[in-house]
Design a protein around this ligand. Structure first.
Ligand code: SF4
Length: 337
């Protein structure tokens, strides 16, 4: 049985590294109590509510060489695509018609699209009254300002791992220190930021996952997430085993208990690896689910990993209901926080 002392009093008073480690290495019986505590924290802050956002992955050309990603620049056989501005805006309009009020523009890191091009897309979507969230990698500070002025308010930049050596090995040419600095830059430019690790990287330890939690706390992120590693064909990690679902669920709960007032998505990698994986994330404290609206003709080419699970709107809404939550919008959820 888990020690009620740290489930009760010390949650409010802060955690030690040992506490966070204990959360991540808890037994199944302990984990059930931890998940219940995480749901309690979520419901206490946000109410028993969750929201649906929509993502469109609009370009897969990438200048980076991340060892785990099917879109890495070395993967020359990969078919590259880029949606037009009108296509993206039409998809956003469809999301809006379906009651989705947060639109997530995601792309690989590239100069294929320029700042004005993306700024125009952002402005047209923001003009529909939608919250615009970006996940497009590292660009110039001028670009950040242009996109903010166009209406983007949120930016996700995953740190992937808080282990500097592992980071450098997984993302050749980049350093963790620069990544962290860039998250600070995003905040300086007015953005609410999101970050999180990829769980299951080779050589990643529970202690480094503890450091992931501490890093996100220090950064005071508004959005935090964990994705499970799944291999992409044709990459150096194509034969590496997948991330551990049970550890991932404990990580979701640890984010909720430690970071508290953060938006946590139930990511599709959980559903890909486990029946009802996203429902399990909600039961561990998540409160967001992302519907994939990338056109079916190109979405397999946005190959973060092979054989992705694509979240549809019906599945998203049903999962929220099954978790005993009510669907709301992001703005309403944050308004009553
Ligand atoms: S993870 Fe992102 S930055 Fe890295 S290779 Fe893939 S698309 Fe490019």
């Amino acid at each position: 049985m888990i020690d009620s002392y740290w489930l009760g009093e010390r949650l409010d008073g802060g955690f030690s590294r040992e506490d966070l480690r204990a959360l991540l290495t808890s037994s199944d019986e302990e984990a059930r109590e931890i998940y219940a505590a995480a749901r309690g924290v979520r419901n206490g802050i946000f109410g028993d509510r969750a929201f649906v956002r929509a993502v469109v992955e609009f370009a897969n050309e990438c200048r980076c060489s991340c060892l785990y990603c099917g879109m890495r620049v070395e993967n020359r056989a990969k078919k590259r695509f880029m949606l037009s501005r009108d296509e993206i805006v039409e998809i956003a309009a469809r999301a809006s018609e379906n009651g989705i009020r947060t639109f997530f523009l995601q792309a690989a890191e590239s100069e294929e699209y320029d700042a004005d091009w993306l700024g125009d897309v952002i402005r047209r979507i923001a003009d529909m009254g939608m919250m615009v969230l970006l996940c497009v990698g590292i660009h110039s500070e001028d670009d950040l300002d242009l996109w903010y002025d166009a209406g983007a308010r949120k930016f996700i930049l995953k740190h992937e791992t808080s282990d500097p050596g592992l980071f450098a090995g997984m993302k050749p040419g980049f350093t963790l220190a620069d990544r962290i600095r860039w998250l600070e830059v995003l905040k300086e430019h007015g953005y609410q930021v999101g970050s999180g690790p990829l769980l299951g990287l080779p050589g990643q330890t529970v202690d480094s996952l503890v450091e992931d939690l501490i890093l996100m706390k220090k950064l005071d992120v508004d959005m935090s997430s964990v994705s499970l590693f799944l291999p992409a064909g044709g990459t150096p990690l194509e034969n590496h085993p997948v991330g551990d679902v049970e550890l991932g669920l404990r990580f979701v709960a640890a984010m909720r208990l430690y970071l508290e007032d953060t938006l946590i998505p139930a990511t599709s990698t959980f559903e890909r690896l486990s029946v009802d994986g996203q429902l399990k994330c909600f039961m561990a404290g998540a409160n967001v689910i992302t519907v994939n609206m990338t056109p079916p003709g190109v979405r397999d080419d946005y190959e973060l990993y092979t054989k992705r699970f694509y979240v549809g709107l019906e599945h998203a809404r049903r999962t929220i209901r099954r978790a005993g939550l009510k669907e709301t919008t992001e703005a309403e959820l944050l308004e009553n926080e």
